[in-house]
Design a protein around this ligand. Structure first.
Ligand SMILES: Nc1nc2c(ncn2[C@@H]2O[C@H](COP(=O)(O)OP(=O)(O)OP(=O)(O)O)[C@@H](O)[C@H]2O)c(=O)[nH]1
Ligand SMILES: [Mg+2]
Length: 298
């Protein structure tokens, strides 16, 4: 119930515009004007053109009664089922947190450490952002708050070397989840992307006992731009899922649809604030109901 409340709150702004548009279709009946307004709203919520078009078709087809429930089922069916995208823990995991500058990597790494620790996993944080002067310090503060071990090196300029040291220490301590904070990089800067690729190779070749997974942080308020970032990262390195951050401050909560439909990247977590517990496991039903306002009376 607490989770439901949070996701519902985080979607407030997106929902306000989306459910208003549905309301006006209900009130004024299906007309070219109300349908156009609905289409505009769905597209400006970044839901993507093809999903928006299908929603309109569903509304037209079921305009006599209950189209909102049909829309709800359709939108849920467009998203990944949580049980297919959750990390499996058959093996220990190195979880890389990657993304463009300022999208919320460090904060999300800390939230993820807190999340996995909360159900009994032995977690280690690795600060592999060797570019920004204060990066290691920032992660150290988080590690202290979460109360997990951390490996970082303020004097190193080689992220792969810090990563190597970090996973070596994790292995020695029996850490099951190694969460790696990386430097922010623009998907257009080739050498930084090559460096990221190298970090993946270090884990794959040196630590076969760890499975490598990665999450890209995407700032929900950047809308379509996030889609471009995700596409470029996925062209260089493996991207298993996304943390959609800063959902608390935006009306553009629809990007989840094209991310999955066009790029096959499932959103696995949503960031809804700056604190440790402001991380929600993505659940497609809660999300769609929060978007449409259909969960209000439950
Ligand atoms: N409101 C809100 N703020 C967030 C969220 N996630 C991160 N932030 C804030 O966004 C800012 C940037 O977060 P960081 O975690 O430092 O981002 P980063 O990707 O590590 O940044 P660089 O290392 O500089 O590339 C900070 O002020 C965070 O508190 C979120 O889900 N909601
Ligand atoms: Mg950072």
């Amino acid at each position: 119930m607490a989770f439901m409340g949070k996701i519902f709150q985080a979607l407030r702004r997106t929902r306000e515009s989306v459910s208003d548009a549905f309301e006006s279709v209900i009130k004024s009946k299906v007309s070219p004007e109300s349908m156009e307004e609905l289409e505009d709203t769905l597209i400006s919520a970044d839901m993507g053109f093809s999903t928006a078009e299908t929603v309109l078709e569903v509304v037209e087809k079921h305009q006599k009664k209950g189209f909102i429930n049909r829309v709800e089922s359709y939108l849920i069916s467009e998203l990944p089922d949580r049980k297919n995208v959750e990390l499996s823990f058959e093996k220990s995991v190195v979880l890389m947190v990657v993304g463009v500058n300022g999208t919320g990597k460090t904060t999300s790494a800390a939230k993820l450490a807190n999340y996995y620790k909360s159900f009994g996993k032995k977690v280690m944080l690795v600060g592999a952002d060797t570019y920004r002067a204060a990066a290691a310090e920032q992660l150290k503060i988080w590690a202290k708050r979460v109360d997990v071990n951390i490996v970082c090196n303020e004097h190193s300029q080689q992220p792969s070397a810090v990563l190597y040291d970090g996973v070596t220490a994790a292995k020695a301590q029996g850490a099951e989840i190694v969460i790696v904070d990386t430097a922010g990089r623009l998907h257009t800067v080739k050498n930084l992307m090559a460096e990221l690729e190298k970090m993946y190779r270090v884990v794959q070749s040196r630590f076969p006992e760890y499975e490598i997974h990665s999450l890209i942080t995407l700032d929900a308020s950047l809308g379509q731009n996030s889609l471009i970032q995700a596409r470029e990262f996925a062209n260089t390195v493996q991207v298993d899922g996304a943390v959609l951050t800063k959902m608390d401050g935006t009306a553009k909560g629809g990007i989840i649809f094209p991310l999955y439909k066009d790029l096959k990247i499932p959103v696995t977590f949503i960031g809804v604030g700056e604190d440790l517990d402001d991380l929600i496991v993505f659940d497609r039903t809660e999300y769609v109901q929060g978007l449409l306002g259909t969960a209000e009376d439950r």
